[in-house]
Design a protein. Structure first.
Length: 208
């Protein structure tokens, strides 16, 4: 047992193995070198100029103006994006001149998206005028995400979800999750290259 503990393990792959210059893997576990760290601004600049990014951003930039037409989005609206991914939705909101946009995801993507659990948001009641998510159907507990959307939206303001394309019965089933809101608008849209159904609800003021 003592010999096994004291013996230095041979962890190196033989350097005589044929090299493959077209890969990024070291020839052995002993001669690996650290990869060059790319600063966040340069990393984001590269990401935001990619074709995939600009395509997804374009779809959101075409989507949000409909809510301006419906009167649920204005320049001074305080908006919250849940499960915002890398940040296409909040960037699109900024492009239509929304000046106060907060976006959260389980993993942050700075500077566009901060870290927070959509099932348990770190915001005061009624902190926002508009909440949006395109990933309600991916949530672990959709009803809990809906509760948090309604809780953080001021009475008389709006919640929006974009789900996989669906019909009337499914829309009503989703709307029933919003216990404090009234269904305002339903539309079939294309978002990020997929057919979706957009559902707009208005949070009711039960005091009146």
């Amino acid at each position: 047992m003592v010999i096994m503990i004291l013996q230095t393990p041979k962890t190196c792959i033989s350097p005589e193995a044929p090299s493959k210059p077209h890969t990024h893997f070291p020839r052995s576990t002993c001669d690996s070198s650290p990869r060059k760290h790319l600063p966040l601004p340069k990393k984001n600049a590269r990401l935001w100029s990619s074709k995939v990014w600009t395509s997804r951003l374009s779809s959101f930039s075409s989507y949000f103006p409909r809510f301006c037409d419906l009167g649920s989005l204005r320049n001074h609206t305080k908006a919250l994006c849940l499960s915002a991914g890398a940040g296409h939705a909040p960037m699109a909101m900024a492009h239509i001149r929304l000046y106060d946009v907060t976006a959260v995801e389980l993993v942050d993507s700075l500077p566009l998206v901060g870290r927070a659990d959509p099932h348990n948001l770190p915001f005061f009641d009624g902190a926002f005028d508009f909440t949006f998510t395109a990933h309600l159907d991916d949530a672990l507990f959709p009803w809990r995400v809906v509760e948090e959307m309604e809780r953080t939206v001021r009475r008389g303001q709006f919640c929006v979800v974009a789900v996989d394309e669906c019909g009337g019965d499914d829309v009503r089933e989703i709307a029933r999750l919003f216990l404090k809101s009234k269904l305002v608008d339903v539309a079939n849209v294309t978002l990020e290259g997929s057919k979706r159904t957009s559902i707009l609800l208005k949070v009711q003021d039960f005091k009146t």
